[in-house]
Design a protein around this ligand. Structure first.
Ligand SMILES: NC(=O)c1ccc[n+]([C@@H]2O[C@H](COP(=O)([O-])OP(=O)(O)OC[C@H]3O[C@@H](n4cnc5c(N)ncnc54)[C@H](OP(=O)(O)O)[C@@H]3O)[C@@H](O)[C@H]2O)c1
Length: 295
């Protein structure tokens, strides 16, 4: 497959589709077409990346028949639940997709979600950038140094490597059957981390810390925690009342959270507390073993 002669299309002009299209364009990859559920999203992105064509899903077209040396690369960046429907719709457009490679960008779905296209001869893969993208800052999103999980057909993995290299990202492969566990890890690393930071904001406000500075005040603690986990692993990076066995401190926390307004935070505190207890126990067992005690 001659990647230099490929026509690149983006389907779904949302957070990821826009960020990828802009980054590819910036790195010299010409975007041939942009299609999205609403014409307005597709047109906006078309202008940004100076694509040739744009339109709604009903208007998807990959142009005239490709020459023997040309190929098509299509990135489908729509919500997970819509991926297979969109693939099915595209599959109905042509009989022969042998010169095409299709990707979706879902973290949890495997390349099998694009089966309707594979059945028409296309190579299919998943191309999941392990990063968080917001539409509001998507255009400035950089892929430099971020990791992209790729799985799927051999030809798709090759093209994935080519695209990742173009935008300065790093590639890793993930087993299609186990991909969902990888994505749950990503949910913890980003989405649930945001939920934890929201609890920090709520409790910081209750402690009457300056509202706009709460996260800034906690930032050095957050960064150091991350660095410690990176360097020593999660169990060894643990500090705090559970690790020290400061039961009275924990009791005080539970009492403070027992009011109606903090009930949801109490549930979160208790669930994370149980998990943290397991982590602290792990560390204790490891210490005992390293002193030649319990094996
Ligand atoms: N956001 C992230 O941080 C992130 C990171 C890595 C991977 N991903 C994955 O990338 C994919 C896209 O996520 P996203 O965050 O970019 O989503 P998004 O911002 O909501 O954009 C989704 C795009 O798909 C279109 N769309 C929305 N609902 C649809 C439906 N029911 N059927 C067909 N098309 C629909 C929208 O079109 P219109 O705008 O034209 O209405 C929009 O262009 C998902 O598989 C997600 O798991 C997301």
């Amino acid at each position: 497959m001659n990647l230099k002669n490929s026509r690149v299309y983006v389907i779904g002009a949302g957070s990821v589709g826009s960020a990828l299209a802009v980054a590819l364009r910036r790195c010299g990859v010409r975007i041939e077409g942009v299609f999205s559920r609403r014409a307005i999203s597709a047109d906006l992105l078309k202008k940004k990346v100076r694509a040739k064509v744009s339109g709604t899903f009903a208007e998807i077209s990959f142009g005239e028949k490709f020459s023997d040396t040309e190929s098509g690369i299509v990135i489908i960046a729509v919500p997970d639940d819509a991926v297979t429907d969109v693939a099915r719709q595209i599959a109905l457009l042509h009989r022969d997709y042998r010169s095409f490679v299709f990707f979706h960008t879902s973290g949890t779905l495997a390349s099998t979600a694009l089966e309707p296209l594979r059945k028409r001869g296309a190579a299919v893969g998943s191309f999941h950038p392990l990063q968080t993208f917001l539409k509001k800052n998507g255009e400035t999103a950089s892929f430099k140094g971020i990791w992209i999980a790729v799985e799927g057909d051999r030809r798709a993995r090759e093209v994935g490597k080519f695209l990742a290299k173009k935008i300065g990202a790093r590639l890793f492969s993930v087993d299609s059957q186990l991909k969902k566990f990888y994505h749950i890890a990503a949910v913890f690393a980003s989405n649930y981390f945001v939920t934890l930071l929201s609890a920090v904001e709520t409790l910081g406000a209750q402690a009457k810390l300056p509202k706009r500075k709460i996260i800034e005040i906690f930032e050095p603690l957050i960064i150091q925690t991350l660095n410690n986990v990176k360097q020593y692993g999660a169990a060894s990076a643990l500090t705090g009342p559970i690790k020290r066995g400061d039961i009275r401190t924990i009791q005080k926390h539970l009492e403070a959270l027992s009011g109606k307004k903090n009930r949801h935070i109490l549930t979160l505190y208790a669930a994370l507390g149980r998990e943290t207890l397991l982590l602290a126990k792990q560390l204790k067992i490891r210490r005992i073993s390293s002193f030649g005690g319990k094996k």
